[in-house]
Design a protein around this ligand. Structure first.
Ligand code: 5AD
Ligand code: SF4
Length: 359
């Protein structure tokens, strides 16, 4: 019976089977080992690192769950100088990390977006095109996305957060700045422009059902994304959603659910890139390794210059704040080796799915 669902889901995914898997109705270890098998078959035991540079925690948005929301007055706001970004870039190059992610809160003013264009060109030039560049800079105009693409960025991450428009409305303020439809349009634009497109969802939000999470997975498949980063929702004291803390699954349950989401997604989309997210590591000391064993193949070590890292606090107990990037990278390599995986250096690590999709 167990195996039946696991075999069926690969060929003909039905919502009720996805729900059963997410509910834990099938032995979890069977699910994880089948997902691992499927991953090894399609993308191998290779794990690609992306050096994460948290460019700025200034954000025009007020998402109810996020620690760096505009309304949080307890945050020391920063924006890295170009030189500080290049420090991260140099670190990536020196340590053979083949690709970097520039991430920030959302800002759309002209001088800001222009500066990003300049930075992309600088990184391309400085690295002699050796570094892949992923952006995670929120919703922007078509023109801005196009400018950044033309400057040399080739991947973009923009989480849909939830594929259910009603839940989306519950976890965001009801104003034009926080529109589900806009978010969806942005994702479509990114795909059309030619970015390797990544999205993802929050897992274990207050009131979120397994049925909604199953729909999230089907959304990811139907949207034909190339990359997914999803992780457990985590509390942050200075956010409005803190008031709903009593409605949450336990941390352990949220963590297990996130692992199951990764595993089922790997069965649905065997050739995409799936991140073992920092939020997973925040809930479990071996969160990253367990996520990789359940189907993930990307890891995003934080290479933001040290003094700024503590201020990019989306949620509480964010790991790696005090860790030196060098130590962190060594720990990462060792961690992957212990589970029979290889941290791949000097490679962009593009998602196979992108090439199949755009062929
Ligand atoms: N818990 C987990 N993830 C969060 N994010 C923001 N706030 C939280 C939180 N409290 C995630 C969102 C966003 C990404 C940058 O961080 O999914 O897209
Ligand atoms: Fe800003 Fe992103 Fe946080 Fe929303 S989740 S407040 S857009 S940084």
């Amino acid at each position: 019976m167990n195996r039946e669902i696991l075999e069926r889901i690969k060929i003909h995914p039905k919502k009720q089977d996805i729900v059963a898997l997410l509910n834990g109705e099938v032995n979890e270890n069977d699910l994880f080992s089948i997902a691992l098998e499927e991953k090894l078959r399609y993308v191998g035991n290779k794990v690609f690192p992306r050096g994460l540079i948290e460019y700025s925690n200034v954000c025009l948005k007020n998402c109810f769950y996020c620690g760096i929301r505009k309304g949080n007055e307890h945050v020391f706001r920063y924006k890295l100088t170009d030189e500080e970004v290049m420090e991260g870039v140099r670190f990536a190059l020196e340590h053979h990390i083949g690709s970097v992610v520039i991430q920030a809160g959302e800002n759309q003013f002209e001088a800001y977006t222009r500066n990003i264009t300049g930075l992309i060109k600088k990184i391309k030039e400085y690295s002699g095109n050796a570094l892949g560049i992923t952006l995670s800079l929120g919703e922007q105009s078509q023109k801005t996305y196009q400018n950044w693409f033309d400057a040399g960025a080739h991947r973009y991450l923009l989480r849909i957060e939830t594929s259910d428009p009603i839940l989306y409305r519950k976890i965001h303020p009801s104003d034009a700045n926080h529109s589900f439809e806009t978010r969806l349009k942005c994702l479509q634009m990114l795909q059309q422009i030619g970015y390797q497109t990544g999205t993802g969802v929050l897992i274990g939000l207050p009131g979120q059902t397994i049925s909604q999470l199953a729909d999230d997975l089907l959304f990811l498949r139907d949207f034909d994304v190339d990359m997914v980063g999803m992780g457990p929702y985590l509390l942050q004291s200075d956010t409005p959603m803190m008031s709903e803390k009593d409605r949450l699954l336990s941390e352990n349950e949220r963590f297990r659910l996130a692992l199951r989401m990764v595993a089922v997604l790997r069965l649905l989309m065997p050739d995409i890139n799936i991140a073992a997210t920092t939020a997973m590591q925040a809930l479990h000391p071996s969160g990253r390794e367990l996520a990789v064993k359940a189907g993930a193949n990307v890891i995003m070590p934080n290479i933001t210059p040290g003094v700024f890292r503590e201020h990019y606090a989306l949620y509480e107990n964010k790991p790696g704040i005090g860790q030196k990037p060098h130590d962190m990278l060594e720990a990462l390599k060792a961690g992957m080796e212990t589970i029979g995986h290889e941290l791949v250096l000097n490679a962009w690590g593009d998602p196979k799915h992108f090439f199949a999709r755009t062929k």
